[in-house]
Design a binder for this molecule. Structure first.
Ligand SMILES: [Zn+2]
Length: 261
């Protein structure tokens, strides 16, 4: 069946002498792979539309029960040129795509995830600061969309709002349920700690709340220290690893860290 859908290019790989195999996240079919025949010939009809991060209009021959479809046409809608202006922006953009590649299932439709992905890349492109916040917010929102939304507003033990109670020391965070335990209950609940339990500083908890509820375009206005950034990275890494078996360290993030050292 010949079908048309909007897509973001996740990655392209060489195939044979002249072709490419390309992974997309599509609005209509979720994550999907296609072969672009002749895409590496100098006179190919695809141009740069098959490069990672491209937002495209894709036409494919989609066959039932196949995991590789034939790409008939791929036209660029947006190339995110301004993401390519900065190595840090590219690293954030690629880490977002890598995360979708690791966590989204093949051909499972999720138009909300497609919109989140597109909205995040547009926000990264437009932003001039705090790029890592987009990657962190995307990790939390993606986990939520895939069924693992943390409950950040009330203590899971006493039920009190975490905004109302003055928190003097670190909160508890149960990775399994995504539940927060207030500082008071956390002190009393020592026996319940163990695998799947970590702590979260009060400022890091506030930032996570903002990451989940603020509009993506205002994510860069949230400011915090580098040490809180490191704590957020570690908390998100633990949370995603706990819930997703195929979660790996993101190569694009590691490459960027090596480059700036
Ligand atoms: Zn409590």
């Amino acid at each position: 069946m010949l079908t048309k859908t909007e897509a973001i290019v996740i990655k392209s790989m060489k195939y044979g002498d002249t072709s490419k195999i390309v992974s997309f996240y599509t609005r209509q079919f979720g994550k999907l792979k296609g072969i672009a025949k002749g895409a590496r010939r100098s006179d190919n009809k695809f141009g740069s539309s098959l490069d990672s991060l491209s937002h495209v209009a894709l036409v494919i021959y989609k066959k039932e029960h196949r995991d590789l479809h034939l790409i008939s046409q791929c036209d660029s809608i947006r190339s995110f040129g301004k993401i390519h202006d900065s190595i840090e922006k590219i690293s954030v953009g690629l880490s977002i795509l890598e995360l979708v590649d690791h966590l989204a299932h093949e051909e499972e439709e999720n138009p909300v995830l497609f919109s989140l992905l597109l909205e995040t890349l547009v926000a990264v492109e437009k932003s001039s600061r705090n790029y890592q916040s987009f990657a962190r917010s995307f990790q939390l929102r993606l986990a939520s969309l895939l069924g693992y939304a943390p409950s950040l507003n009330v203590c899971s033990v006493c039920g009190k709002s975490l905004m109302e109670v003055e928190q003097s020391s670190a909160l508890g965070f149960q990775l399994l349920s995504g539940a927060i335990i207030c500082a008071n209950c956390s002190k009393a609940a020592t026996a319940k700690r163990g695998v799947g339990y970590t702590t979260l500083s009060v400022p890091a908890h506030r930032i996570l709340q903002c990451f989940l509820t603020s509009g993506m375009e205002s994510i860069a206005t949230i400011t915090y220290s580098e040490s809180i950034g490191n704590e957020l990275d570690e908390t998100l890494r633990l949370y995603l690893r706990y819930h997703f078996d195929n979660m790996k360290d993101l190569k694009s993030t590691q490459i960027f860290k090596t480059m700036i050292q």
